[in-house]
Design a protein around this ligand. Structure first.
Ligand code: HEC
Ligand code: HEC
Ligand code: HEC
Length: 115
């Protein structure tokens, strides 16, 4: 009896371990340096069956950006509010990927409160 429980327990454990490595296997690539500690926590940036839900997850951590968006202030609150975060900040392109790219031509200083 005891051994059967043990077997079940061992099976459960190994399937958890497999689930974790499976998630790593479907990860497209390494996250940026700033996000390293969340690499095993896919759910901090991915909501199952809800791609549009991602921005909220980003703003759960990046509260200053969230505040700007809510108050329609600054670069993120004005110019960018119609786009998803990932359209400008990609990830899984390696540790050193530059995910903050400032396009001088399209960047309007006035709208960013930088006057
Ligand atoms: C810090 C945030 C963050 C974490 C943590 C994260 N991802 Fe992502 N992931 C992103 C972003 C942003 C994109 C969109 C990239 C793009 O479109 O350029 C993405 C895209 C993907 C994609 C491509 C398909 C899609 O949904 O757009 C897969 C698959 C994926 N991630 C899997 C994972 C897995 C598996 C983990 C955990 C092992 C993980 N991610 C952890 C931010 C994250
Ligand atoms: C669990 C918390 C957490 C989540 C979720 C998260 N981030 Fe971050 N992010 C951080 C931390 C911590 C850093 C590194 C310190 C910093 O720059 O604020 C960072 C850094 C960044 C940077 C700056 C990178 C650089 O090169 O300076 C960008 C851009 C960014 N995150 C965008 C996003 C986007 C977009 C999402 C959603 C897909 C997201 N983050 C989700 C915590 C998070
Ligand atoms: C249209 C492009 C665009 C979109 C969409 C966008 N950003 Fe940004 N983001 C930028 C640019 C450009 C910068 C650098 C200028 C600056 O720091 O304000 C930046 C800077 C950042 C930074 C690092 C600097 C800081 O102020 O902490 C974080 C974090 C960030 N964005 C998070 C986000 C999140 C979260 C979203 C979605 C709610 C988002 N961004 C949507 C273009 C964008």
């Amino acid at each position: 009896m005891i051994s059967r429980f043990f077997l079940l327990f061992a099976l459960l454990l190994s399937s958890f371990a497999q689930a974790e490595s499976l998630e790593h296997a479907i990860m497209p690539g390494q996250l940026i340096q700033g996000h390293v500690k969340y690499e095993d926590k896919c759910e901090s940036c991915h909501k199952r069956f809800d791609k549009a839900g991602q921005d909220k997850l980003c703003m759960d951590c990046h509260k200053d950006i969230g505040r700007d968006v809510k108050e329609k202030k600054g670069l993120h609150g004005r110019q960018l509010s119609t786009k998803a975060c990932k359209e400008c900040h990609t990830d899984h392109k390696g540790r050193a990927a530059k995910v903050v790219i400032l396009d001088e031509k399209t960047f309007k200083h006035k709208e960013a409160d930088f006057q």
